[in-house]
Structure formats: structure tokens, C-alpha cells
Design a protein around this ligand. Sequence first.
Ligand SMILES: [Zn+2]
Length: 203
Amino acid sequence: MKKNIYYSLLMSSIITVAAAEETRQVDKHEHGVGELNIAVESSAINLEFMIPGADITGFEYEAKSDSDIALVNAALSKFENFQNIFILPDSSNCDLVDAEIGINQEDDHDEHDEHDDHDEHDDHDEHDEHDEHDEHEDESHNEFVAHYSFSCRNVKEIDRIDFPYFTTFPSSGELEIQFVSEAGSTSFEVEGDEPFIDLKGKI
Ligand SMILES: [Zn+2]
């Protein structure tokens, strides 16, 4: 029973990555708050980051100028080396087996034709559903999405995860972390002054 629940959580996190662009509403995020889902299953650990562009590059419009594109590419390449983002204990002997890094870009003027399923009756009605947002006209949002999967020889040795993320990206705010393993689920809020989580007894 418990295991079934766990599996469905894991599956939904995988599906979220695959279909993030379709299902996640990027403009619902909060600047200064990155989200991280961590799932441990038998010898595997998966980490999925969803971080507002405001916390990474400082902007969320689609990069078009050479300097903005360079900033985005520099950020993506930092994510590509996961040790810039987080550190697992050496004793857990975890090997990276899969990683997927990208940006979900949402723009007010949707120039992409990827969303044929949508009924786009009126692109110019900008005043629906956004009453609680800061009132920037022409506001767009994006998120950096990074998913890492590891296979570990000693997964139970993961008693702590450190987050150099906070120093790698000086504009970062906090990380809201949802952690799930066969031992149960926990949430954490982590900030740069104590950039780690304690997982003793949680795996
Ligand atoms: Zn945003």
C-alpha cells in the first residue's frame, strides 16, 4: 500500500518533467523561491529543480540579445555540472545516469506553434486570472528546469545534501524541497546561510 503511493508519486514527478511545458503554469511561480523534488527509490535518487529565471539570470523574458543569450547559456552550463548545484556524500557512491536541463519559457505573445491543441480565441486578453500579480505590462516568465537521476551503491549513506546552488547563483532565493523515500515524505526550506538538508533517518 505504502509502496503503491510512493510509486505513483515518483511517476508523477517523471511525467511532470516530460510534460512540464504542457502542464506547468510557469507564471504561478514565486520569484525568490525555487522548487526541488527529491525522490529516493531503492538504489536510485532523482532530483528535479524548477527555478524561476529571476533567481538565476535575473530576467525571465526570452533571451534575444547576444548578452542575454550568453547569460542563459552560462547558467545552463552551470546546471550541466551538477556539482555546481548540489553535492551528495561520497560514501553513497552515486553515479549520474541521466540528466535533462532546459528552460520553460512562457511569453505573453506566444510566437510558438507548439500548442495547437489550445483554443486561442483571443490572444490579447491580458487581464484574465492575473489579478494578484505585480502589475508589469508585457510580463513574461520562465523557469530553469533540471532533472538528475543517480544510481547509488550505498543509497542509505545519503544523510545530507549540500547546495552550492546558492553560491553558484548569487541571485537565488530559497529552495522549497519536497523529499520522498520509502521511509516517508518530508519538506524543507533551505536558504544560503544554511545551504544543506539533513536526511539522517529519512532514507
Ligand atoms: Zn516569473
